[in-house]
Write a protein that binds this ligand. Structure first.
Ligand SMILES: *Cc1c(COP(=O)(O)O)cnc(C)c1O
Length: 393
């Protein structure tokens, strides 16, 4: 029996010019973003300017993680302890963690079998909860009907915050993911679309949100040294009203990221070629269901999900694992690695049940698609999964 022997957690090397730029930062000793020589623009400020241009947003702030970007975004958008906040229930642990850190009271919204936010449930909960915020996580890169979502938010006066950890580089009907809401958060943690180990961005077109975010990130009043910040006048009152939460990105990681930004679109296309090889190999396989992606969505296929309609999903996942294919099951009662489910975020106390979400996740199986896999590797992985599905069916 064929087995697969590459690692599902191995990234590509940092590009040579990124390594060179990183060494140059190390040689300078000036790693802190505000430690600049006369006339020098820091790597972090340059990165912010370049990412804002890529994203098409007026402002960009680089921070230490995607989770920090979300906490800062929530606070900069005006979330106060005790405020209700809508959040789609299918996401990863940093999202409820950010809500908890800000003292938000989450109102989780159902997802459907396509992993997208259930628009009917969103509307009902928007009306019932009176929440003024919606943290929308484009989980695993699945982008819901953004026209409908922004319409519901407008109707109820809700501030939309997008978690784009899995949609950096993705579009929905000609608009970049992240440009639908008031603020967007991105992660450059190793498993995302750019890799600085840890790191993140916040983007917005709102000058006051940007100014508050910059002060929150810990700017020591040096906001004039940012690469994509509003005019100094915007900071006038905000600077004294906003605490410093120390979440600055450093020049070393910025140098590594700047070298990757130019390759991002090409890498997104490479992810999609791999995704489509998996899709072609798994479509129509007995016992599995591949969900066709909506037409309006230009996704980045850095991970792949399917429904396993087999009796023993853990047995199927282990059988694939023995053949070197690492699958994650979102239906497990207990979180394994990154597969946490809303009912395991017990720090919020008892949450109302979400039967649709539980039903969708009960059969959801996930695999990472690192760029160190070739398209042929992905076809081979699909063959192994299909063979094991036949055994399990
Ligand atoms: C990775 C991730 C984040 C942010 O994670 P950090 O590790 O804090 O950078 C946020 N949301 C989702 C869905 C993620 O996968």
């Amino acid at each position: 029996m064929k087995t697969f022997d590459k690692s599902f957690t191995q990234q590509e090397a940092i590009p040579a010019d990124g390594i060179e730029a990183a060494v140059s930062v190390l040689s300078s000793g000036r790693l802190h973003r505000y430690n600049t020589g006369p006339g020098e623009v820091s790597e972090v400020a340059r990165l912010e300017e370049e990412y804002a241009a890529y994203q098409g947003s007026a402002y960009c702030l680089a921070v230490t993680s995607g989770g920090q970007a979300m906490q800062i975004a929530l606070r900069a958008a005006g979330l106060k302890p005790g405020d209700a906040i809508l959040a789609n229930a299918y996401t990863l642990a940093p999202v409820p963690g950010a809500i908890h850190a800000c003292g938000g009271g989450p109102v989780f919204v159902e997802i459907g079998p396509d992993w997208l936010t259930d628009l009917d449930d969103l509307r009902v909960k928007a009306a019932q909860s009176g929440a003024r915020f919606f943290m929308l996580s484009h989980m695993r890169g699945h982008i819901a009907d953004m026209e409908a979502i922004t319409a519901i938010c407008a109707e109820f006066g809700i501030t939309l915050i997008e978690d784009c950890a899995h949609t950096m580089g993705a579009w929905w009907q000609g608009t970049r993911s992240g440009n639908f809401g008031s603020v967007a958060c991105f992660s450059t943690q190793t498993y995302k679309h750019m890799n600085s180990g840890e790191g993140g961005f916040l983007t917005t077109d709102d000058p006051e949100i940007a100014a508050r975010a910059i002060i929150l990130s810990g700017s020591y009043m040096l906001y004039e040294r940012h690469g994509a910040a509003p005019a100094p006048a915007v900071f006038e009152t905000i600077r004294l009203e906003t605490p410093n939460c120390s979440a600055r990105l450093d020049n070393l990681r910025a140098a590594i990221l700047r070298a990757q930004l130019g390759q991002l679109d090409e890498n997104c296309a490479r992810w999609n070629a791999r995704y489509q090889a998996l899709e072609a190999g798994l479509r129509g396989v007995n016992g599995l269901r591949v969900v066709e992606r909506p037409q309006h969505e230009a996704y980045v296929g850095s991970s792949f999900q399917f429904h396993a309609n087999v009796a023993d999903i853990p047995g199927f996942v282990s059988a694939c694992g023995r053949r070197g294919v690492e699958l994650k099951w979102f239906g497990a009662a207990d979180p394994v690695a990154f597969t946490s489910r809303y009912d395991s975020w017990q720090y919020f106390g008892d949450m109302p049940p979400l039967p649709k979400t539980l039903k969708a996740l009960a059969t959801t199986v996930d695999l990472r698609v690192p760029l160190t896999f070739s398209v042929e590797d992905c076809a081979e992985i699909a063959v192994i999964i299909a063979e094991e599905a036949a055994v399990a069916a």
